[in-house]
Design a protein around this ligand. Sequence first.
Ligand code: WT7
Length: 589
Amino acid sequence: MAARVIGKSTAVASSSNLPDYERGRASFTWADARRSLSGVNIAHAAVDRHVDEGRGDVVALRFVSELAPPRELSFAALALESNRFANALEGLGVKPGDLVFALSGRLPELYIAMIGALKARCVVAPLFSAFGPDPVRQRLRAGNGRVLVTTAAAYRQKVAPVRDDLPDLEHVLLIGDDASSVDGPGVQALARLMARASTEYSIAPTGAEDPAFVHFTSGTTGMPKGAVHVHDAVVAHEATGRFALDLREGDVFWCTADPGWVTGTSYGLVSPLACGVTCIVDEAEFDAVRWYSILEQERVSVWYTAPTALRMLMKAGAEPLAGRELSSLRHIASVGEPLNPEVVAWGEEALGKPIHDTWWQTETGAIMVANYASMPIRPGSMGRPVPGIEVGIVRRDASGERVLDSQGNPVLVAGPGEEGELAIRTPWPSMMRAYLNAPERYASCFAGGWYLSGDLARIDADSYVWFVGRGDDVIKSAGHLIGPFEVESALMEHPAVVEAAVIGVPDPVVGERVEAFVVLGPGFEPGEGLSRDLMAFARRRLGSAVAPRRIACEQALPHTQSGKIMRRVLRARAQGLPEGDLSTLGASR
Ligand code: WT7
């Protein structure tokens, strides 16, 4: 099935954390993995445990930025600062189970707040800092957020405009020394609160099934859903950090994802710290020269990034790489969108290491499928299931519906190579435990002991999983999941728009670009002025991460007989495919 295989030297294979995949799988149990973490609160497993075991001086987080010198937090310092934050929350009357939202750039205070909130048994709900006021309001409302940790600038731009719509929001804690520049109900400077709080805190007994994180994610229909994850998830984060990312003591690990998304919290914080390694956090945005210099100067040994970023580096060419000393790099992995075989090969040529694809979702909480350091990569494949995880492929019928037997159990494909829906045998520690306030939607993700991922894939005879496409209309742009409905709803708020459809159009760098089609109401004429106005409107409301890159005015949009917009037809048109033949569009990404 694989056109070619990128091999492994025996030395790499034998020294990795999973030297023999089959044996590692056979001997692994979640119960053993759980026991080695000695306690279930994520903050304990990721931070305090290392201090207790004598590793307090190891650097946990090292923040690099464009302008200021690097700042570091050892495990011991992170333990004390997060204690302070836990005390501060309790002082405000915030209770276990309350949601603490976070909306900020990658600043030390953000990470301290997330760990501190977990200690206080609050539920951390990260928001992406490139969201506009609409997505922020939507998520804060869905989670009845009482507490928000943010910055003065983000508050002014994204929260103040919608504050009247957030009656539950009691406490807004502002990072930074410009906190006094903002006035609003419950707004106060985080630094003042922290200064008054004690560094002594003892984590109350935490249940494995107590909620720890809510990660908002998008589907085809409706507004984003809050996937609820529990403290037990750390068992999967530690195990997958070891197996899939090959994290070992002494490693310097850089996950480039933002903690506003699940990758940036699961693998930018929880997993590497649970493994006791040093995490690099880059406070600035992508820049090819800076990124190479971070890899070089910080002596990064394990790097977890995304295909879009790698394609951007490829595009930047050889010059920013010339003369770099990247010999510290031992393992490179990627996630979030299809990793083209060319990128795997480019890694080997340009960086001296191939790229190891991994697959997972917000709902799975942790890596489920990976290419391991010890194994040959089959470029184009997402790898093999991690120890403790069983995957299957569920048959789809000609119209794309799941095939279930008379008892409602999914019917698996007959053999290797047949395409269908990627499914995972339940349960595993980092599996989502609910969608906030949406029990039916949650239930519809499971059947007969399987979690149904919505992704289309096939598995070859050697258990390598190959991505085929998504089974729905969700858009993946620069690795970020974007729900068309959320974008359409914002566009519909514009007085000129009566109907809107939003799709992902293939893009060589970011995977898919968000594009919109709108029908104008009576009295509105398409034209450059209106287009500019619509674009500005969408950007202001949705923010740069979600706003469409192009908005086209149409006379009418294609509908099904029942009146639903057929985004697939628009996708076919945008790609210049015949609209009648939609069979390949599931795989259009
Ligand atoms: C969707 C999940 C990135 C993980 C956490 C965020 C797509 C993920 C791959 C891959 C092709 C991939 C899938 C999946 N995806 N990894 N290696 N190859 N597609 O997860 O935002 O919930 O997105 O990302 O479509 O369902 P997420």
